[in-house]
Design a protein. Structure first.
Length: 284
């Protein structure tokens, strides 16, 4: 009994340490970002920084509004592509896929999630960008190309987590719907999927975080043009790619502005996640 109690106390301390370490890491990141970025934003001016349309580091003109818009466009369009497809794939794997195929399909999806982002970017640059260029007679590096690649990248997250959520719904829900005369399709889409909406929404949140935080693939195929896009075929620069492109040689005020850029991205992602979580709590 004493050994069992000692073991429980040891694991409680270990779990508490892990939780405290995670909170400490988040706190240090927040302290670093806010401590370095707030004086810089105050120096430039909050309105000029957030809503400025021009980015000329040599002249100390730093406006990130086009990059905010570019990030929103690419992330939103990638979710439009991936969420319906991902949820549909999860439903198929859970209730309609033959067992002989399911194993290999799940392995393929897991492999898709393990591919490095630079490989996705190279695929988009070599295959997708020329394809779009031939169809629309443009350069091909655009919001559309980046959104398609990002949607493929976040599909494994949405599919696998949604499948786990659907599988966790008690089987009795499905059997009760069938017993009431509903078809298999109606039982799945009108009973099981709504019951798993919290897990499905969580998968969308994680997919959103992956999409808006991606830099390597986007930097290769988005065009990297600091402008407000007028169509999906225009090139843009996102908040993440702006940091990656310029941090290597940035000095002085420009480097501090890039840290402020990271703070804006952090606050933006935090705000969206809080909205999604509030929506998930409300839907329960």
């Amino acid at each position: 009994m004493k050994i069992s109690t000692l073991r429980e106390s040891l694991f409680e301390c270990l779990f508490a340490f892990c939780a405290i370490f995670c909170l400490f890491a988040v706190g240090m990141i927040c302290f670093f970002l806010f401590g370095n970025a707030i004086p810089t934003i105050a120096h430039i001016g909050l309105f000029d920084f957030i809503f400025g349309f021009e980015w000329y580091p040599e002249e100390e003109v730093f406006g990130i509004f086009p990059m905010i818009i570019g990030s929103l466009y690419i992330t939103a369009l990638s979710l439009v592509f991936s969420v319906p497809l991902g949820i549909s794939c999860a439903v198929f794997l859970s209730y309609f896929c033959p067992k002989s195929i399911k194993r290999y399909a799940i392995l393929a999806i897991e492999l898709l999630g393990a591919i490095p982002s630079v490989v996705y970017g190279f695929f988009g640059l070599v295959v997708l960008v020329p394809f779009i260029s031939d169809i629309f007679a443009i350069s091909g590096k655009s919001i559309l190309a980046a959104s398609i690649i990002l949607s493929i990248m976040i599909l494994p997250t949405i599919i696998l987590l949604s499948k786990v959520g659907i599988d966790s719904v008690p089987r009795i829900y499905f059997e009760a719907a069938l017993g009431l005369g509903a078809s298999k399709q109606r039982s799945v889409f009108f009973v099981l999927v709504p019951a798993a909406k919290s897990a499905i929404l969580a998968s969308v949140i994680l997919g959103f975080g992956r999409a808006i935080g991606e830099a390597m693939a986007v930097i290769m195929i988005a065009g990297n043009q600091v402008q407000i896009p007028s169509s999906l075929l225009d090139g843009v620069r996102t908040l993440t790619t702006n940091i990656v492109i310029e941090m290597g040689y940035a000095q002085g005020l420009q480097r501090e502005v890039l840290i402020a850029n990271a703070l804006v991205l952090f606050v933006f992602v935090l705000g969206i996640n809080l909205c999604f979580n509030a929506l998930k709590e409300k839907s329960r």
